[in-house]
Design a protein around this ligand. Sequence first.
Ligand SMILES: [Zn+2]
Length: 197
Amino acid sequence: MYEGAIQDLIDELGRLPGVGPKSAQRIAFHILSADPADVNRLATALRRVKELVRFCTTCFNVAESEQCRICRDPRRTNEVVCVVEEPKDVAVIERTGEFRGRYHVLGGAINPLEGIGPDNLRIRELMARLGTGEVRELILATDPNTEGEATATYLALMVKPMGIAVTRLASGLPVGGDLEYADEITLGRAFEGRRAV
Ligand SMILES: [Zn+2]
């Protein structure tokens, strides 16, 4: 549609999740007319995220050192681990202020249609963590959709024989959706009202 750099930018933006062709065009023209200092800050942020951010070696949350901020926090308990699909879910749960334990980020959910099985997720690493005997409760906070439920069921079957309490967030979460679409109050309640599975 356009030529050269502006079309390249529209194409790149259009590849981002949730950005359709119209939005890509709008953002591209916004950047074109923006203050150069603002655009430089954006460019730097894009580069830095790839250079600096890595995954926590314990929980696989995003981190800027060996361990993430949450795993390094000595005030949090090791006795409760909350399993989530993605790092963004950690942020969602942290905003509720209801949870003082640790996390484990699976890196997705079981999805046979897309060829994602247990071996493609960080389940082996989770089992290793649980094997230390320190964890008393595992909270399954995978998304309230088919894949999230399948993953929770799979984990419950694996973990319950280890003598660890396994709980799932209470109902009230938007079914079929993503954890991130739940508001803080609903999610906080779902946390408090979690039930054994
Ligand atoms: Zn961590």
